[in-house]
Write a protein that binds this ligand. Sequence first.
Ligand code: NAD
Length: 479
Amino acid sequence: MTTAIEPLAATAAERFHGERRQVLDPARADVLAEIPDATAADVDAAVAAARAAFERGEWRGTEAYERGTVLERAAARIRDHAEELARLDCANVGKPITQARGDVEGAALYLESAGRVVATLASEIVEDTDRQLTLVLRDPVGVVATIIPWNYPAALAAASISGPLAAGNSVVMKPSPETPLSALRIVELISDFFPAGTLQLVTGGADVGRALVRHDGVDRIGFTGSTRAGVEIMAGAAPSFKRVGLELGGKSPTVVFADAPLEPAIASALARITANQGENCAAGSRLLVERSIRDEFLERLAEAARAAVVGDPADEDTAFGPMITSAHRDRVLEYVAGARRESSLIAEGEVPGDGRLASGFFVPVSIWESRPDHRIWREEVFGPVLAVADFSGEREAVELANDTRYGLMAHVWSGDGARAVRVARQIRAGIVRVNRGFEPAFGPWGGYKASGFGRNFGRWGIEANSELKQVCLDLTPAA
Ligand code: NAD
């Protein structure tokens, strides 16, 4: 255990009283820490503290402008500890350190953008006559429980709490049991900025998540995770009319037309399946290439894939690291075995030769000529496995892109701007990037179809965590 992790584990052991779970470094299968799960009583205590803070009303009663300033200060605190947080996610997720640094900056941006925008979200006047004045006020929902996955622990910790806090709610966050470290540290760093009890964290797995979904003291669930769990959460939240936001899985297409700028399109197609080891809700796991450039594009992509450095996540030039657990590695390898039967191999990388990483949960990147009835085309693999098909013309491109139950993200590459926009409009996904990689964009984040509903980030994340109230005043003079 490194010194940065020891105090986190000690604090968790004081606060949570359930069974201890090992938290691993997936590049070496080393134990980084043992963190106890929250018990039912620990969950009750966290929800009660959040509820009491909400009822006291200090945070929701604070001017929006002032709440925004607090969130900006929280973002600055995260930036002050950026390298430490990035090292925690690098070690615990196995993500390359260069990407972990980007994630932490993303965490700060989430809080900062919510802080900046909340001050500008004035109540609206929708009727203004001599006889009446109708206002639309925004109320916080109450206590929001956020449940997040293991693939972007720091970024999603901040993303999940930024909208609810900006809107004036109290929050109970539950990180993934595989990756609680950076979320524990973020809450430790920023919770003192908020009135006592407003920001809570509980550790544990699906059962702790279920306890929050059932809990009478919780008013909304902000969930990020698998589509399977999203279905269960929606059903579990129904009897108590809890509000739900669901950020779920994806099977996102990268569509490359023959007139695309090839160099950046190839780099992006590869990055979209290797970034975060392909363990990415928005992974570009289906590649659609126009037939006339298919051979050249795939040859160059294959060459780049074989050259991508898989290895120690702490090395500055590593492109991708190991899978999160041995169980998840085995699941990804099952998909690869299925692809060997159904699809044709275009290119395959290697696992690291470094003996110190021999116990790590690595799988090589692989690229497969595929068809829409193949498993790797239809299902979210959540690893560096890319399914490729070719097309001719816009109509076929759109049909193939939309032939999925998911609708989170799409990339469109074309030298013809009007066509790229036409195609972007027809793709059924919440986020479409045109001639652009994964660099952040200040827009709503969320999906269509089985990728969930509700939007995160900025104004949209605040609105999703607010109730709207109509207040109508009669202005007719008293008789
Ligand atoms: P998961 O659904 O297994 O777990 C996510 C979180 O939910 C964890 O904290 C887990 O403990 C908890 N959980 C699991 N089942 C639950 C239940 N029935 N009730 C309450 N809580 C429950 O997902 P994962 O394996 O941790 O993460 C990978 C998934 O997350 C992928 O499908 C990925 O696409 C998705 N994801 C989506 C986004 C997005 O923005 N759309 C972002 C990141 C990850």
